[in-house]
Ligand binder design. Structure first.
Ligand code: UD1
Length: 350
């Protein structure tokens, strides 16, 4: 079987790590990196840390407004697909790279497999929501992490070739956990952190970073917490924070984005996670760390339903109160599969 996989942004490198390993054991994979993320610590560090084979081609699209960024990707992916005529195009998640892949392949009548299909926030102001909806409607094989995702697709009339496989991010986390377990957590020493005595925070969604009022309320909450806050800063947030000349209090440590294994080490040892990332909400749950989500809705509703995640939006008081008082549930039911999702994806592609 000949497959072309498209990745471009940080969470896709993580997901592709699991699937590429399974796929290459039996099939021929050609890996396209769109170049959406291009900084060393947003891209190369993941290929190195997760032992992902280097991309066969990097389209080097870089940053830009959504239309032009997606347009440049579309052209580049189409050229690859016309040359290679794969049996499948594989795309992951909800980024502009996902959408470009889905559009390019479906216009060439090449079959599209979407990994992490069926997720919905029901908020069409999110660029990711537009990408999810369009991608799912163009996909021929919809590989879902949960029953909720299947119901979301059914509500939009998509019921053919829909399968629950679990979440490939859990496969990767289990792989990484074994490596982190056998190494001293160098990142903890470097940042002077003690087990379960700090908050780990990330903010990168456009709804938070592109609105200074929202972002400043979130940052004000970080400054008001009574324990160390480790904040790996996404370049999008870094630009806004620098332009606004915001000053963190000494207990708030702004650091550059970290690699995957370091992030797993930081999550595992944190007392609490504050984030607007989708992946981190699940990783927090799987590693049994309570999470406050800096949004008004989440696609990962199960983490809230089981009592380990709560939505706090961007209101400073709400964040501070929840950070002081949120107590997770006693039990941790299995969510998003058994950690063998990638193999199931490859079986279904076959
Ligand atoms: C993208 C995805 C989002 C995903 C996130 C993970 C879309 C619409 N959004 O958001 O779903 O959760 O990736 O991080 O596809 N930048 C750099 N260096 C880089 C990459 C980006 O400086 O290596 C800067 C650019 O100036 C860019 C900004 O960050 O303008 C945002 O990057 P972009 O890829 O457009 O979106 P993300 O916010 O990263």
């Amino acid at each position: 079987m000949k497959v072309v996989s498209v990745v471009g942004a940080r969470p896709q490198f993580v997901k592709a790590a699991a699937v590429s390993r399974e796929l290459r054991a039996r099939h021929d994979e050609f890996l396209v990196h769109t170049g959406q993320h291009y900084d060393y610590e947003m891209s190369d560090v993941f290929f190195e840390g997760l032992e992902i084979p280097p991309p066969d081609v990097n389209l080097g699209v870089g940053s830009g407004p959504h239309g032009s960024q997606t347009g440049v990707m579309l052209k580049g992916i189409e050229e690859v697909l016309m040359l290679r005529r794969p049996d499948w195009l594989i795309i992951y998640g909800d980024t502009n790279s996902t959408l470009a892949g889905a559009l390019a392949a479906s216009k060439l009548s090449l079959p599209v497999a979407h990994i992490e299909a069926g997720l919905r926030s029901f908020n069409r102001r999110m660029p990711e929501e537009i990408n999810r909806v369009v991608t799912d409607h163009l996909s021929n094989l919809l590989l879902c992490p949960s029953d909720t995702a299947v119901s979301n697709l059914a509500a939009e009339g998509i019921s053919q070739n829909v399968h629950v496989v679990g979440d490939v991010m859990l496969d990767v986390l289990n792989w990484a956990r074994r490596r982190v377990d056998t190494r001293p957590a160098e990142v903890m020493n470097r940042l002077g952190l003690r087990e379960k005595s700090y908050v780990l925070a990330t903010v990168h969604r456009s709804e938070n970073t592109d609105d200074w009022t929202r972002l400043s309320h979130i940052l004000c909450a970080f400054n008001s917490l009574d324990e160390p806050v480790v904040f790996p800063v996404h370049p999008r947030a870094r630009r806004v924070i620098t332009a606004a000349q915001w000053q963190p209090k000494p207990h708030v440590k702004l650091v550059d984005p970290v690699g995957y294994l370091e992030m797993v080490a930081l999550v595992r040892s944190a007392r609490l996670i504050l984030t607007d990332s989708g992946g981190l909400q699940k990783e927090a749950y799987w590693l049994r760390v309570p999470c406050l989500t800096l949004r008004e809705e989440t696609e990962w509703v199960e983490t809230v339903q089981v009592g380990w995640n709560t939505l706090v939006g961007s209101d400073s008081e709400r964040i501070i109160q929840a950070a002081r008082s949120f107590v997770p549930a006693n039990s941790c039911p299995v969510l998003y599969g058994d950690g063998y999702a990638a193999g199931k994806c490859v079986d279904l592609l076959e």
